[in-house]
Design a protein around this ligand. Structure first.
Ligand SMILES: Nc1ncnc2c1ncn2[C@@H]1O[C@H](COP(=O)(O)OP(=O)(O)OP(=O)(O)O)[C@@H](O)[C@H]1O
Length: 333
């Protein structure tokens, strides 16, 4: 525990190697419309460590103070009904500035816990209907993290992916229909040895990375040393990595600011289309995501124009889970 009472989190920048994993998360912060990432791989390879550590690198956002739906005080369309009604009535909404969050969805979460529900106790006691927000409300404008996403009820995964795609969540109970903004980046981790995700669900994760244990003995030693130092004194360890953490946070913020300016020429779009055709992907999601990824990469590298190398890298992140399976091969790598 650190002085604020929060449990110290292993720093993102102290993760050894695993560049694709780290890059896929950073790109989703630069462009939250990338539709998230599915991180597949064996156990103990820093998957959950990386996602939890991402919280320290997320941008600051303004929220309507006390709003359980994380309404944006500066954008009427990004407000939940209550905040919008107050805004329309001319109220000056109180603003709280805080970091965007990583919210974890436990594997045992029920549909009500995810979507939200009607507070029946309140309705019975007070005679008034009140919405009890779910995790999709808490995760609005942040990251929703599902560890072992392959073990989550298919129906709940469907709900998550639908909300993530539409940017809204609707709670329907007892004749009431309540809609609130739910824009979040879905990050799922899974160990394929414990079961696969349906291909329809795979395709809806923007990016996919495969993570393996490190193969160099030196790197493995470094992992052990760093972990031991972290466990000995987590705050001192975090302090040791603070400067690098701040630099990475500033680099991400700069890329986010540059991102809307990035352009891609038609020759790049053609290159993307040809790659999708060559890989035999279904539909057009691969092309759309590849272009977005290439643009986020260009912004990350400080450029305003997408170059061929961005498309090369984007393809490694956006295509693996979309290639048509060959007979007898149902494992995505
Ligand atoms: N590349 C790495 N750099 C630093 N620490 C690592 C690395 N790989 C693994 N670790 C350490 O190994 C432990 C296991 O990592 P983590 O909990 O993130 O695994 P995981 O991939 O989420 O798998 P599981 O599903 O088993 O939890 C953690 O203590 C983590 O700090």
């Amino acid at each position: 525990m650190n002085p604020s009472g929060a449990r110290a989190v292993y720093p993102f920048v102290a993760i050894v190697g695993q560049e694709a994993l780290k890059k896929s998360l950073i790109l989703n912060v630069i462009d939250p419309s990338l539709s998230g990432v599915l991180i597949r791989g064996e156990k103990g390879t820093a998957k959950s460590t990386a996602v939890r550590a991402l919280a320290a690198l997320l941008p600051e956002i303004d929220v309507v103070e006390g709003c359980p739906f994380q309404s944006d005080p500066h954008d009427r369309r990004a407000m939940a009904p209550d905040a919008r009604a107050r805004f329309d009535a001319g109220e000056r909404l109180p603003v709280q500035r805080r970091k965007a969050r990583v919210v974890e969805l436990p594997i045992s979460a029920t549909e009500d816990r995810v979507i939200g529900t009607l507070d029946l106790e309140h309705a019975l006691k007070e005679g008034a209907k009140r919405i009890e927000p779910g995790l999709l409300a808490t995760a609005n404008r942040g990251i929703l993290y599902v560890d072992e996403v392959n073990l989550l009820d298919d129906h709940v995964v469907d709900v998550l992916l639908d909300s993530a795609a539409m940017g809204v969540n609707t709670i329907e109970r007892e004749g009431i229909s309540f809609t609130h903004p739910a824009r979040f980046t879905l990050v799922g981790t899974m160990n394929p040895e414990e079961g696969e995700l349906r291909p329809q669900l795979l395709d809806r994760f923007g990016l996919c990375v495969h993570v393996e244990g490190l193969s160099s003995p030196e790197d493995r030693v470094e992992v052990v040393k760093r972990r031991a130092a972290f466990e000995r004194d987590a705050d001192a360890f975090a302090a040791q990595w603070r400067e690098q953490t701040e630099t990475l946070g500033a680099d991400i913020a700069a890329a986010m600011a540059r991102h809307p300016m990035v352009e891609a020429e038609d020759s790049i779009l053609l290159d993307i289309a040809k790659r999708s055709l060559a890989m035999g992907v279904d539909g057009h999601r691969a092309d759309i995501v590849m272009l977005k990824t290439a643009k986020a990469l260009a912004a990350w590298h400080g450029r305003d124009t997408v170059v061929a190398a961005d498309v090369d890298e984007a393809a490694t992140l956006a295509l693996p889970h979309r290639m048509r399976r060959r007979p007898f091969e149902d494992v995505v790598r």
